[in-house]
Ligand binder design. Structure first.
Ligand SMILES: [Zn+2]
Ligand SMILES: [Zn+2]
Ligand SMILES: [Zn+2]
Length: 144
């Protein structure tokens, strides 16, 4: 997975620096949305140090390249799990435990663009997120 990200970074003309790799790796291992503070803490546990400005800059770049996404509801960051799928990447995020899944739907994109077009708006990108309970948390809350 990190290897795919390396190829995308290089293909877009960006250097694959050690800090960029470290942030990608931490995001992949975290499996939950992580804030820049979380990322710094996780790196520190591994004996590595990056300052906040560097972490923010790296996250900004990774998000622009769709290698990572910002979670709208919590402000954390996750590593993209889709690669170059058709359609905008969207997240379903559990508000209890932070578990997330990513999906892309060309049909959904088309429908949203058409709705906007009816108002004379020309859409370039869609940003949406589903917030709720993952199947585990839902089961815990309501029983089987
Ligand atoms: Zn993605
Ligand atoms: Zn959950
Ligand atoms: Zn879209």
């Amino acid at each position: 997975m990190v290897r795919d990200s390396i190829q995308i970074l290089q293909a877009q003309g960006h250097k694959v620096t050690k800090p960029r790799l470290q942030v990608l790796k931490v995001l992949e291992e975290a499996q939950r949305p992580a804030s820049p503070y979380d990322i710094q803490g996780l790196l520190r546990q591994q004996g590595k140090y990056l300052n906040h400005v560097t972490i923010y800059r790296i996250l900004d770049l990774l998000c622009r390249l769709d290698l990572a996404h910002k979670v709208l509801s919590s402000g954390g960051f996750v590593k993209c799990s889709l690669g170059e799928k058709e359609g905008c990447h969207r997240l379903m995020v559990c508000s209890q435990c932070g578990a997330f899944q990513e999906f892309a739907s060309e049909g959904l994109c088309r429908e949203e663009s058409e709705l906007a077009q009816n108002s004379g708006f020309h859409t370039e990108y869609h940003l949406s997120e589903s917030s709720g309970a993952c199947s585990d948390c839902y089961r815990k809350r309501f029983g089987e």
